[in-house]
Design a protein around this ligand. Structure first.
Ligand code: 5GP
Length: 194
């Protein structure tokens, strides 16, 4: 997606050969117009998948997911990283090792919001080693729901997650795929080349 790639080139900060900071439009400050375009793009790519719900992870997955949910006219559920006082009964939980924070979090959703009749699109901000997506898929398994596919705003194609999830036969749609962050430069994969 060209507008996303331009935004990454103009505002992204390469923190290391493996970490990109995009706090000015996705991870801290949010660019609503770009989020709307991102939501519409996810909706177009999964238009025929029969999606009934979107599942994401707090907090950075919420903005693109809500925009996709608005366009697709389906609710958005976000998994919580911390147990809330109000999130007590009938939880589905999974362990997720965070690539950026180097810690393991238990993520949870209430069983009330996803069930075996749901066809779920999983959305997240970044795809690195795939741990967050695997955790969300684990939760869907517990709920007996079907997975429609995975929508990712920024995939780091030089890490293993995308390959691992696509090898399971799952449709992964990433709106920008980065091939390298070497020497402080962002290099994108050409569209169509996976
Ligand atoms: P994975 O679980 O695929 O290893 O990592 C994905 C998760 O880690 C995302 O939910 C995202 O929050 C975070 N993440 C991974 N790599 C990056 C990165 O380069 N920049 C930022 N801002 N977040 C990242």
């Amino acid at each position: 997606m060209k507008s996303l790639e331009s935004k990454i080139l103009n505002e992204g900060k390469v923190l290391s050969e493996t970490v990109l900071k995009v706090d000015s439009f996705l991870n801290h400050q949010i660019d609503p117009k770009l989020m709307r375009q991102i939501g519409e793009e996810f909706a177009a790519r999964f238009a025929d998948a029969g999606v009934t719900k979107i599942l994401t992870l707090e907090s950075s997955g919420i903005a693109p997911s809500v925009m996709a949910g608005l366009t697709m006219n389906v609710p958005v559920v976000f998994a919580r990283k911390r147990k809330s006082l109000t999130l007590i009964n009938d939880l589905y939980s999974a362990e997720v090792h965070s690539f950026t924070k180097k810690e393991t979090n238990e993520i949870s959703i209430s069983s009330e919001y996803i069930n075996q009749n749901d066809v779920v699109l999983v959305i997240d901000d970044f795809l690195a080693n795939g741990q967050a997506v695997l955790g969300l898929m684990d939760i869907l398994n517990q709920a007996g729901a079907s997975l429609a596919g995975v929508g990712i705003v920024i995939e780091k194609g030089f890490q293993d997650g995308g390959k691992m999830i696509r090898e399971k036969g799952i449709q992964v749609e990433s709106l920008a795929i980065i091939d390298s962050l070497a020497e402080g430069n962002v290099t994108f994969r050409k569209e169509g080349a996976l």
